[in-house]
Design a protein around this ligand. Structure first.
Ligand code: NOJ
Length: 755
């Protein structure tokens, strides 16, 4: 062993020409590399790469899961042995200081060079302290809070040995049938890009070598959200213009923000699976955008190119992937099994492998793993960092901020704490589902606060709170109905907590029916017969179709899957200790036939007359309006806001001038409240057709009852740029409309021209 290390040291010191490092290196029995701290990254990487064998290099390009958790088939279960043999340089689905330390020790002590492992994990909306699902968080429109959520997740994950999260997911999603809409930031490109950046900042902080920051991963690159029919993993065929206008900008935004890694998506794009798509991975990502980190595949997506029918076997798949620009193979073993052969056959160049390995080692270096491979495995820090009071409070706050009040007839909400309440529904006392999907390390048994528990903290007279489950989430069993109806009859007000189970959204959870599942609506109808006021609290991972509920239920509060502190946050909202301020980031369709539905549509050649929406030979349906039930940007408050005096500083602008738009917003109701003011633009004539509205700015403000504030937004011609007829990205001169308002439909408008 020692001899091996000394030989290695000799080659390193010859290469470095630095004799001074000899002493340090000799003192370290385990890893000569660890003590070359003072050598700058590039020369360190040169030296390291110089002494690595091809097998060792390929090992760095392999990522395997432990047997802890999986989201797909297991190719090879002997991950520990493979680590020892240097065949696997990266591990996912491993956390806790103890477990990651053990595995790290295996790599450091048993492999020739002792290159540290990189530990990845799906830290999506919190780690131990679970925040609302990502779609829910996006409804806060609060970038600072979203960044802070990612920061807390990173602190907790890093304290448990994790170096790298597979987040943020930045896929724009306009089809709520697709279960993964729950993991993103909704339908809008501008908001989605701002949120993507906030999440990258939150995870990575400004110093990757700090022990409380982790690498982020922009996923799933690209256009995964455009899967046909909303069916997961399905085909995507869209134009270059649509790709660049809608699906790529949030990814590009993460590159500009310094995101460390990218994950390829499962889908094909225009005939070529993304994992083998050189145009996307190399030409756009690495060359055009200058991305310097590494690209990992999604789970076995190299191998899946065989099923896609683009290659005949795993070996050809490995060749296609590496030559397209993939640097690391997640779980597929295709690089491990075939890269060496492919190089020997001249089908893959060693240079290509070197580039990939270097980008991976560079990030290990930047994390500080070559200084101390165990720096993230600190039991003491782990003990003090998880689920702290501060983290739990932040999760509670985020759950309140994320909730969207969809309806509040006759101001039935907030409910006074002395009312007799019947709390009913399969999600009312449910710890398992409240934290949502992708809550990988989140506890589903003890920690989550249910709505029933939350209500108990608010109501002093316990006989005023009655509870019945009523029904299951997705079943036709009615045996609980009678008990629910009985308590409803005794109550002043009924609160129903309903929605989806956590696994009805997320990966592999597409649905074609977006109604409340099972017989929940039947129970609602029965309860409605009592004639009592009803509040419907929803937990779900996607927009649902709620036409009946909207018509018959008095108040509806959308809380998504609100996380560990969900129940207490909901109680804060229901009893008026917090005023709802969330706004939808995805349109809620009236029925599934309207999908895909999103606000920034084009006009078409036959737009409808809103006064005559069913007119024949117009772009409409015979049986449903074009408009969604609840539009993008929509959300009520317990107070009301009035917009007035929309003004623009000039009416004619040059390309170099700033355009300032102002509006007065007044709180005209009884409660202090927050409002998200939204600014949209419309380019009236373009060299290609332009959307009716595009979000360009927003601002969240807090107003006391009776208080008014002027809100000003500044944009310039860069904000008006788009992919023109010849695909150059620029603004065109002409007339523009500006809309400012409380959601994408309810707006004031003004106009300007650009010359
Ligand atoms: C598959 C999912 O598509 C991806 O989002 C996730 O990060 C990986 N599995 C790893 O768990």
């Amino acid at each position: 062993m020692k001899i091996k290390k000394l030989i290695l040291f000799f080659s390193l010191s010859v290469f470095f020409g630095v004799l001074g490092c000899k002493k340090d290196s000799i003192q370290n029995e385990n890893n000569v590399l660890l003590n070359n701290k003072n050598v700058k990254m590039e020369s360190f990487l040169d030296s390291l790469m110089q002494v690595m064998t091809l097998d060792e290099k390929i090992g760095q390009m392999v990522l395997f899961s432990t047997d802890w958790e999986k989201t797909g088939p297991s190719i090879n279960n002997s991950y520990k042995k493979l680590v020892e043999e240097g065949k696997v340089g990266n591990i996912f689905n491993a956390y806790t200081s103890k477990f990651t330390r053990e595995l790290q020790k295996t790599a450091i002590e048993n492999t020739r060079l002792g290159i540290p492992l990189l530990f990845g994990y799906d830290v999506i909306h919190g780690h131990r302290t679970i925040f609302p699902i990502s779609l829910g968080e996006s409804a806060s429109w609060d970038l600072e809070a979203i960044e802070n959520g990612a920061r807390i997740a990173a602190i907790e994950a890093a304290a448990e040995g994790i170096h790298w999260t597979f987040a943020p997911m930045v896929d724009i999603a306009r089809d709520p049938r697709w279960g993964r809409v729950s993991e993103g930031a909704g339908e809008d490109v501008y908001l989605g890009s701002e949120i993507a950046k906030a999440r990258v900042r939150g995870f990575q902080g400004d110093d990757l070598s700090a022990t409380n920051t982790i690498l982020a991963c922009a996923k799933h690159y690209a256009a995964y959200g455009a899967a046909q029919g909303g069916r997961d993993y399905n085909t995507v065929d869209i134009s270059e213009r649509e790709l660049r206008t809608t699906y790529l900008p949030p990814f590009k935004a993460t590159v500009n923000e310094g995101v460390a890694t990218f994950m390829t998506s499962f889908n094909e794009l225009n005939g070529v699976p993304v994992t083998g798509n050189k145009y996307l991975l190399t030409d756009i990502l690495k060359t055009e955008w200058g991305f310097k980190g590494f690209v990992v595949t999604d789970y076995t997506s190299i191998n899946e190119m065989v099923a896609h029918g683009i290659v005949k076997d795993d070996k050809e798949a490995a060749e296609l992937a590496v030559n397209a620009g993939v640097d690391m193979d997640m779980q597929g073993a295709a690089f491990m099994d075939y890269l060496k052969e492919l190089i020997a056959e001249g089908k893959v160049s060693e240079k290509k492998v070197d580039e990939s390995v270097r980008s991976i080692l560079a990030l290990k270096y930047q994390l500080g793993l070559f200084d101390d491979p165990y720096k993230y495995c600190d039991e003491e820090r782990e003990k003090n960092s998880l689920m702290t009071t501060e983290n739990l409070e932040a999760a509670r706050d985020m759950a309140r901020k994320s909730s969207v009040l969809l309806k509040n007839n006759k101001e039935i909400l907030p409910i006074s704490k002395d009312k007799k309440i019947a709390l009913i529904g399969p999600l009312a006392d449910n710890k398992w589902d409240i934290i949502g999907s992708w809550s990988a390390a989140g506890d589903r048994y003890e920690k989550p606060v249910t709505v029933l528990e939350g209500f108990k903290t608010k109501i002093s007279n316990s006989s005023n709170l009655m509870f019945a489950k009523g029904c299951e989430i997705n079943s036709d069993d009615t045996k609980g109905f009678n008990e629910a109806i009985a308590i409803a009859k005794k109550a002043d007000v009924i609160v129903m907590v309903m929605g989806e189970s956590q696994d009805m959204s997320g990966e592999s959870a597409s649905r074609t029916n977006l109604d409340l599942p099972g017989n929940q609506k039947d129970l609602l109808k029965e309860i409605k017969k009592t004639g009592k006021p009803i509040v419907l609290v929803l937990m779900n991972g996607r927009p649902l179709t709620l036409e009946w509920e909207n018509e018959h239920i008095d108040a509806i509060l959308e809380t998504w899957f609100p996380g560990t502190m969900g129940g207490i946050a909901i109680a804060d909202l229901i009893f008026g200790d917090y005023n709802p301020s969330g706004k939808l980031t995805m349109s809620f369709p009236r029925n599934v036939g309207q999908i895909p539905i999103y606000y920034n549509v084009k006009n078409t050649g036959r737009p409808i007359d809103p006064k005559n929406p069913y007119e024949k030979y117009k772009s409409n349906y015979l049986d449903v309006l074009n408009s969604p039930l609840y539009p993008f940007g929509y959300g009520l408050s317990y107070t009301t806001f009035e917009y007035s005096d929309l003004s623009i500083d000039k009416n004619k602008f040059t390309f170099n001038e700033d355009i300032t738009v102002s509006v007065i917003i007044k709180n005209t109701g009884k409660y202090k409240g927050e409002e998200v003011a939204q600014l949209y633009v419309q380019d009236l004539v373009g060299s290609v057709t332009r959307p009716l509205k595009e979000l360009k700015r927003f601002e969240k403000i807090l107003l006391n009852p009776g208080e008014s504030k002027e809100v000003s937004f500044t944009i310039n011609s860069k904000d008006l740029a788009f992919y023109t007829r010849d695909m150059s990205f620029k603004a065109e001169p002409g007339e523009f409309k500006i809309y400012v308002g409380t959601n994408s439909q309810n707006v004031l408008e003004t106009q300007f021209s650009l010359k």
